[in-house]
Structures are given as structure tokens and as C-alpha cells.
Design a protein around this ligand. Structure first.
Ligand code: MV4
Length: 594
């Protein structure tokens, strides 16, 4: 029996994505929203909506009882969790079952089985799915790690058992790097997952990240729906996804698909799921299984024509899926660009702000899955990924050009977004050739970077002189010809609609908390960002090499290694572990050179 009413336990673009399918299926929908999301776009896409608490997700979107109570109160028979929040929470899946509400997702046992990366590796090995060479048991001590690493052979990867998506992932290229990789992975895992269990794998140099979409129903059918290449990542954050992978042969793809079906069957999987692999040449190695609908499911939908959310709902209602392996026929090529409210030119830092003007691209082969509109406020407390731009065309290069066309139509004013970054990336020769763009992305590692050229909204500035620029577009007519004029001015001079305000005083940079700023002192090692000092790696009097890590600063739950910009002797350490620092704050001083 199909559901009459379904609750969507999520927010933003994915809530809208699910609500759209529910409406198409004739199923009444229920949204839940936090106080911060009262005016959010997704709420208006639902038939009913319920306030579930304050902004922080731990007090709203993550509170199992509130979500289940709301489902009961509204008469919803099932809950779709989207991705993130409660999507891969086995306790939530079980609580739903106990409350007599259907969880639109896999069985709790399958979530559990894939939750521990170590257990998943053992299960997959048993099922005949190739895994990255390494151990399938926890590695408890550094001494054990040394022995195992020699056995696996360097370079080795140290990974958190509870991890995934790169959290608690460290690499030791040589034995002398093992201690810091081991301790780093442990510490990060403890912090994120309250679990310090780690394991060791061979580190594969420059692999591709290729995943396989699967669907499984209660009627004995498990199918795979092609691959997605997610190799363009920065700090384990995916930026662009595409299908089919430009580096995967038809034979490799078929082997990966068949292995993925075996993998799903081994854990008695139901619903939509994704098998992540590392690909190197014609070989593939299981990394992890994501037991949810993923952000990038859209590119699979674009080439297969299958509505994956609709299949999830059908499967959860006990129906057979509407497709079979021999009716799945991917056609053409699709790309997805994540439109994050982030500034690529400033280390991809989030740019929460109100959207003052907004226009989405449209036209042939273009899909926008967005959670925002003009007037929306992008809140600091939620994910900065606010929209996805998906294009389809008959082949990769046509799709790439179509993406550039769509990006050029996309207008977002207010926050900085990744639109200028994607316009730059999609023109890079390495990207055009289907490369993973490791070097192109490395440019954006630790310091402000200019995208250069006319594409950028904020062109190059001298490092020390750099100041945030605001942009206003004007139209000028000269001799009856129309010109679009982009005016840029220091953001500190006022961002009103009237443009620059010369009367306003310049905003002072930095200041409180951590004392002096590095400005242009060649002897100062500065914090690249506002954050908290986790560790200080050197003491006054020690000599350091250029590039040596001298401190670790945590910001937005990321550990950032601060390296010395030159060789020298530490004259003075200005900070200690636990201390809050501003961006550009002096962490330590080197003795003057010469
Ligand atoms: C690896 C790896 C190399 N060897 N594991 C893990 C989480 C995901 N975000 C990428 N992960 C990797 N795991 C072993 N044994 C390299 C990566 C990796 C990566 C892989 C493909 C494409 C881009 C990547 C960027 C960073 C890390």
C-alpha cells in the first residue's frame, strides 16, 4: 500500500527535492523546520509544516523524538531523512520502526554493517568485492602500526573506523611520518566520532573517486545505475560530480556494477545506496558504502531518467521498483556543480549572508536543485551548499559547454558563491581532459587565491594589500550601445544598493583576542584563519624548515596545519594550545634573517 502522507526530516535543497517527488506521487507532505528556517523556501513546498525547535540541529533536525512525534501528530506514515542529519543513524531507523513509522531508507542492520569501515571491509572481502590492501582489524598502538605499515608497505593511509568522507584520514609517506599520521587520525576520530579506533591501508597515489548507485527492493531485485566520478574534491569536499566517469572503461564499469550488487546483497540492502571505490587504472577498490541518497544522485537521474527518490518511496512502501537491470540505459553525459555559499578566493570560507538578487539558469538540459531564492538568508549554522546546478548533454564536452553557459546565466548577489570558481574550473585544460585537477585545486590550499581573468568577481590583489571587494553591476548606454559595467569597491566602504559610500570609515582588520596581527612582518608566522590553537609543535629556540608544521589551528571543525613560510629559528611563541586566535594573528616570530 502506498503512503498517504510522508514527513521530510530535512531542510534546504534536499527537502525540496523530496517534497517535489511526493507531490508528483500524490502523497501529502509534511515539513519540519527550525526557528531559523521559519521563512525558508522548503517550508512552502510542503502541504503542512511544523516547528521543531531552535536553530542548532542538535535541538531540532537531529532530535529523534521530535521528528517521530511530529510524524505521529501529523499522521505521516513514513519519514524521508534526505542526506546528513538522521539519514545514516541506525538508532533513528530503529526508533521509527518501534513507533510504527516507515523509515524511507535501508534496514538499520545495513546502516550498522556499513557504519564501521573496518567491519565493512571485512564483509566486502568476504563477499568477493576488492578492498584496498590493508587490515580488517583495529590498529591499537603506534608500535602495532609500525609493524603493520612495514607489512603493507609505504605509503600508508591511517583511517578512522567510524570515519568516512575523509574525516580522520591521514597519510604517512615514510616511516618517520607514521607517528603524526597515527596520532592525528586518532585525535580527529575521537573529536568527531567519540571513537579513536583506526586502521591502516595502502595509500594509493592519485586514485580516482568513482561510485556506483544501487537500488534494492523487497522483491528480490538489486540493480546498479551506472557510476559517478567525484574526483574533483577539495579537502574531501566534493565540488563537481559527473557521469559517466571519463576514465572508466565499459568493462571496468560493468565489473564495478556487478560487485556493487553483490555488496548490497551481502548486507541485505534495501532502498538507494552508493558504493564508493578508489579506481586506479583498470583496478577498483571498495572504500565505503553510503547508506543514503547522496547529494550527487541528480547526475544519475539525468542520464538514466530514473527518479531515485520515487524508487526509494516505492521500495519503502513494499512495492517493486519500477525498473529492472535490462531497462536501465544511461544516455549522454551529466555534470553537477555544487553551488556553495563559499569564497573560493579566500580558502573556500563560508559566506553566510542574505541573498539580495537571485536568478537561476534554465533552458535545454539544465536542472537547478536549490533551497534558496531572492530574500533567503544563508545561515551560518547550516551547510553552505545551498544549490546544485546539473546539466545534461549528449557527450562530455557538450555538457561541459552547457555548464559554462548555465553558470553564466546564474545570478546570486549577496553572498559569494562557487559560481566564479566553477566557471574557472570548467575552462581548465586538465578539467577539459577529464583530469582530477589535484594541482588546480592545490592552488586553493591555504591562502587567498585569485581565480584570475574576467570570470572572477574579485580579481587579483597584492597579498598584503588585499581587501575584500564588493561588486555592483550597472548598465551604461554609450552611443546607443549597451554596456554592462561591474563596479568593484572595498567592502568596508559600504555594501548598500547605492554602491560605495566614501563617507564610511574603513573597517579595521582583526584586532581582539589574540593581540597583534602579522600584517607584512616577514618574521611573523600568522594564523591563516580565525580559530582555536589545537597544538603548538615548536618552542622558542628551535630551528624550523620552510614548510614545517609549527602549529595546528582548528576552525569550523577542520584541523589546519600552519607551516613556517621559511627556514629559521623560532624567536618567540605568542600562543598556547586552547587559545582563540583571529585571522592573521601572530602565532610566532622567527629570528630576523641575515
Ligand atoms: C584514499 C586515498 C588513497 N589511498 N585511501 C578517502 C575519503 C575520500 N574523500 C577520499 N579518500 C581517499 N582515500 C587510500 N587508501 C585517497 C583519497 C583521496 C582522494 C581520492 C580520489 C579523488 C580525490 C581524493 C582526494 C583526497 C583523498
Amino acid at each position: 500500500m502506498m503512503f498517504d502522507k510522508v514527513l521530510v526530516a530535512n531542510r534546504g535543497e534536499i527537502a525540496i527535492r523530496v517534497l517535489r517527488t511526493l507531490r508528483e506521487m500524490g502523497i501529502a507532505s509534511v515539513a519540519v523546520y527550525s526557528e531559523v528556517d521559519r521563512d525558508a523556501l522548503f517550508v512552502s513546498h510542503a502541504d503542512e509544516a511544523y516547528l521543531i525547535g531552535p536553530g542548532p540541529a542538535t535541538e531540532s533536525y537531529l532530535v529523534v523524538e521530535k521528528i517521530i512525534d511530529t510524524a505521529k501528530r501529523s499522521g505521516a506514515q513514513a519519514i524521508h531523512p534526505g542526506y546528513g542529519f538522521l539519514a545514516e543513524n541506525a538508532t533513528f531507523a530503529r526508533a521509527c520502526a518501534e513507533a510504527g513509522v516507515v523509515f524511507i531508507g535501508p534496514p538499520a542492520s545495513a546502516i550498522d554493517a556499513m557504519g564501521s569501515k573496518i567491519e565493512a571491509r571485512a564483509l566486502m572481502e568476504e563477499a568477493g568485492v576488492p578492498i584496498v590492501p590493508g587490515v580488517t582489524d583495529p590498529v591499537d598502538t603506534l608500535d602495532d602500526a609500525r609493524v603493520i605499515a612495514e607489512d603493507i608497505g609505504y605509503p600508508v593511509a591511517v583511517k578512522a573506523a567510524a570515519g568516512g568522507g575523509g574525516k580522520g584520514f591521514r597519510v604517512a609517506l615514510t616511516p618517520d611520518e607514521l607517528e603524526s599520521a597515527f596520532e592525528g587520525a586518532r585525535r580527529e576520530s575521537e573529536k568527531f566520532f567519540a571513537d579513536s579506533v583506526v586502521y591502516l591501508e595502502r595509500y594509493l597515489p592519485q586514485p580516482r573517486h568513482v561510485e556506483i548507485q544501487i537500488l534494492a527492493d523487497d522483491h528480490g531485485s538489486t540493480v546498479w545505475l551506472g557510476d559517478r566520478d567525484c574526483s574533483v574534491q577539495r579537502r574531501h569536499q566534493k565540488l563537481v560530480e559527473e557521469t559517466p566517469s571519463p576514465v572508466v572503461s565499459d568493462d571496468l564499469r560493468r565489473r564495478m556494477g556487478q560487485a556493487s550488487v553483490k555488496a548490497a546483497e551481502a548486507v541485505d540492502y534495501r532502498s538507494a545506496g552508493t558504493l564508493e571505490y578508489l579506481v586506479s587504472g583498470e583496478d577498483f577498490y571498495f572504500l565505503e558504502m553510503n547508506t543514503r541518497i547522496q547529494v550527487e544522485h541528480t547526475v544519475t537521474e539525468a542520464v538514466t531518467g530514473v527518479d531515485l527518490i520515487r524508487e526509494q518511496v516505492r521500495i519503502a512502501a513494499g512495492q517493486p521498483m519500477s525498473i529492472s537491470q535490462d531497462t536501465i540505459a544511461p544516455r549522454g553525459h551529466a555534470f553537477e556543480c555544487r553551488i556553495n555559499a563559499e569564497d573560493a578566493e579566500n580558502r573556500f570560507l563560508p559566506t553566510p549572508a542574505a541573498i539580495t538578487a537571485y536568478r537561476e539558469p534554465t533552458g535545454p538540459g539544465v536542472r537547478v536543485d536549490s533551497g534558496v531564492q531572492a530574500g533567503s538568508v544563508i545561515a551560518e549554522i547550516y551547510d553552505p551548499m545551498v544549490a546544485k546546478l546539473i546539466v545534461w548533454d549528449v557527450d562530455r564536452d557538450s555538457a561541459r559547454r552547457r555548464m559554462l553557459r548555465a553558470l553564466s546565466e546564474y545570478v546570486v548577489e549577496g553572498p559569494s558563491t562557487l559560481i566564479p570558481f566553477h566557471r574557472w574550473l570548467f575552462e581548465q585544460p586538465e578539467f577539459i581532459e577529464g583530469g582530477a585537477c589535484h594541482e588546480e585545486l592545490a592552488k586553493f590550499a591555504d591562502e587567498p587565491t585569485s581565480l584570475g581573468g574576467a570570470q572572477s568577481d574579485a580579481p587579483a590583489q597584492d597579498g598584503a594589500e588585499r581587501e575584500e571587494l564588493a561588486t555592483r553591476n550597472f548598465v551604461a548606454e554609450v552611443d546607443g550601445r549597451r554596456f554592462e559595467v561591474r563596479l568593484q569597491y572595498p567592502a568596508s566602504e559600504g555594501g548598500s544598493h547605492n554602491g560605495p559610500n566614501p563617507g564610511k570609515k574603513k573597517k579595521k582588520r582583526s584586532g581582539s583576542g589574540s593581540g597583534s596581527t602579522a600584517a607584512a612582518d616577514p618574521n611573523a608566522i600568522a594564523s591563516p584563519m580565525q580559530g582555536t590553537v589545537l597544538r603548538v609543535e615548536v618552542a622558542a629556540g628551535e630551528t624550523v624548515e620552510a614548510g614545517q608544521v609549527v602549529a595546528i589551528v582548528e576552525a569550523m571543525k577542520m584541523e589546519n596545519e600552519v607551516a613556517s613560510h621559511r627556514a629559521g629559528t623560532v624567536a618567540d611563541v605568542a600562543i598556547e594550545a586552547g587559545q582563540a586566535v583571529d585571522a592573521d594573528a601572530v602565532l610566532m616570530l622567527l629570528q630576523p634573517e641575515g
